[in-house]
Design a protein. Structure first.
Length: 193
């Protein structure tokens, strides 16, 4: 029996983007001030954060430095919904480039696959955040959840120390794989049902 290679980050990103982009495009202007499961962000701030992530992780895929020092208000720009879709397409293309998920990247010199998993996690979990904040449902593709589970479990202790994740939430044994992923990041899917 041979070990099957994990799916490429670019393929998982393409799947996640196909679900996230319509959610972002469907955000009504009236919802921009609504709270989200991310206590630090309302919908507008979360969208701007997601924009910054999508743009900066394009650079990281190309082994270039990223600048997370500021988060421009892209939601204040004309055509921001279409631009998010275009930037997300560029993100997928950047991670599909030969060698993007090999070696190391970023200021911390992390494995490129780990860095790719970070943007995949942001795209997936923040899509859920946006859906919940705007009264919609979201269930990511099971392949994306499976592709993230091991990496998220591995990065969780460090992410908690850096205040990127909250404390893990205890769930019942009947929780879905995605509910468990959300709980690992400190989100309680029951609170936003």
């Amino acid at each position: 029996m041979t070990n099957q290679a994990p799916p490429r980050i670019a393929d998982l990103l393409q799947t996640a983007a196909a679900q996230a982009v319509p959610l972002v495009e469907g955000v009504d202007d009236a919802a921009l001030g609504a709270p989200t499961p991310c206590a630090d962000y309302d919908v507008r701030a979360l969208l701007n954060h997601l924009f910054a992530v999508v743009v900066n992780f394009q650079a990281l895929a190309a082994k270039r430095p990223a600048d997370f020092s500021e988060t421009p208000d892209r939601v204040g720009e004309a055509g921001w919904r279409a631009r998010f879709g275009a930037e997300t397409g560029e993100l997928v293309a950047a991670w599909a480039a030969p060698g993007a998920d090999e070696g190391t990247t970023g200021a911390m010199g992390l494995p490129a696959r780990t860095v790719g998993s970070m943007v995949l996690l942001d795209l997936t979990v923040h899509a859920w955040d946006l859906a919940r904040a705007t009264g919609r449902t979201f269930e990511p593709d099971p392949a994306v959840v499976e592709g993230l589970a091991e990496e998220v479990a591995r990065m969780a202790p460090t992410a908690r120390k850096m205040s990127v994740f909250g404390e893990a939430v205890e769930l019942s044994g009947r929780a879905t794989a995605f509910d468990r992923l959300l709980a690992t990041t400190g989100r309680d899917p029951r609170a936003w049902a």
